[in-house]
Design a protein around this ligand. Structure first.
Ligand code: HEM
Length: 293
């Protein structure tokens, strides 16, 4: 297998930070990306490049597009594109503060840091609703097969397409649901994570059951809870060999097939939505050959 950004395959870290950058007018994107490629080891710093950045370079990566946003009955899922996405991963928040400064030093002349989201692991990988997140993720070879491009040639193989959405939970609404309603909304029992056979069609895991799609829609979810003051939720992050699995799941969640919307929307909504291409690695750095760098 080609070298990949290994943080994508690794377990979710204790602490994380998401950085979103926009392109500055007349910024030297090539110089910025060259500096960034030295810093980005793919392990403590996972990097994704947005369509606007690739266009500024006059390049195109097959399969990369921007998230178009989506609308369902009473649901608006915004599209909030960015030029550059960084996922900082670690065990110590202070390290991530300093890593943020290093990233800014590398790209700051060409890109502006617009968004910083502080994220963390909750318990043994729980969403803030208390439900375990990631249970049905593929593992081992299946994880790599779901998450990374293969068979497209050097510079592309080992790359990944990531969909990112910051969801904000409404805990008042969640608490107003009975424990039974909450379990039925997810389709799993919070107490022991057992999948509920009698869950309704609106249950989240019924909507998104990966093997229920044709073709099967497997992807690698690496989401983390976030909090800022009194606001909190989940940064949903899904890596795929393409955006197809994410898109078909999202369509089903918003009721595009059968008018049934995902019960998750009873207590949470996405504030953002964006797509990025995560380049492969080569000799421990980002492999930017596909961009002529
Ligand atoms: C705030 C937003 C979300 C929360 C709190 C959430 C939570 C969960 C939980 C608790 C599970 C069950 C355990 C597991 O297998 O991981 C799950 C499963 C899953 N979720 Fe989400 N999720 C969210 C958004 C999304 C979105 C936006 C998608 C895709 C568009 C998605 C796709 C999936 C998939 C594919 C599964 C596994 C289904 C299966 O094959 O059994 N989730 N999610």
């Amino acid at each position: 297998m080609s070298d990949v950004q290994s943080g994508i395959l690794a377990a979710v870290p204790a602490t994380g930070r998401y950085l979103g950058f926009s392109a500055k007018p007349q910024g030297d994107m090539r110089a910025a990306l060259r500096s960034l490629s030295e810093l980005a080891d793919g392990q403590r710093l996972v990097v994704g490049l947005g369509e606007s950045l690739l266009r500024a370079l006059g390049r195109d990566i097959p399969g990369l597009r921007s998230f178009a946003g989506a609308v369902g009955p009473g649901l608006e899922l915004p599209s909030t594109p960015a030029a550059l996405w960084c996922w900082l991963r670690g065990e110590d928040r202070g390290d991530l503060v300093h890593l943020t400064r290093s990233v800014q030093a590398a790209v700051g002349s060409a890109m502006a840091l617009d968004q910083v989201i502080e994220a963390f692991r909750h318990g043994a990988g729980l969403d803030l609703s208390g439900y375990e997140d990631g249970t049905e993720n593929p593992s081992g070879d299946a994880a790599a097969k779901a998450a990374f491009v293969a068979g497209q040639g050097a510079g592309l193989d080992g790359g990944s397409f990531v969909a990112v959405q910051q969801w904000q939970h409404d805990f008042g609404r969640f608490d107003a649901m009975s424990p039974h309603e909450q379990d039925q909304a997810i389709g799993r029992r919070r107490s022991d994570n057992l999948e509920l056979d009698d869950a309704p069609a609106s249950a989240h895991v019924k909507r998104t059951a990966q093997e229920s799609f044709e073709p099967e829609a497997f992807m690698l979810r690496r989401s983390m809870p976030w909090a800022e003051g009194q606001r909190a939720g989940l940064v949903f992050v899904a890596f795929g060999k393409s955006f197809d699995a994410f898109e078909v799941q999202l369509q089903r969640m918003i009721g595009a097939e059968d008018g049934i919307t995902d019960a998750l929307f009873r207590f949470t909504r996405p504030l953002t939505g964006a797509y990025f291409w995560c380049p492969p690695l080569r000799d421990g750095r980002l492999d930017l050959r596909a961009l002529g760098l």
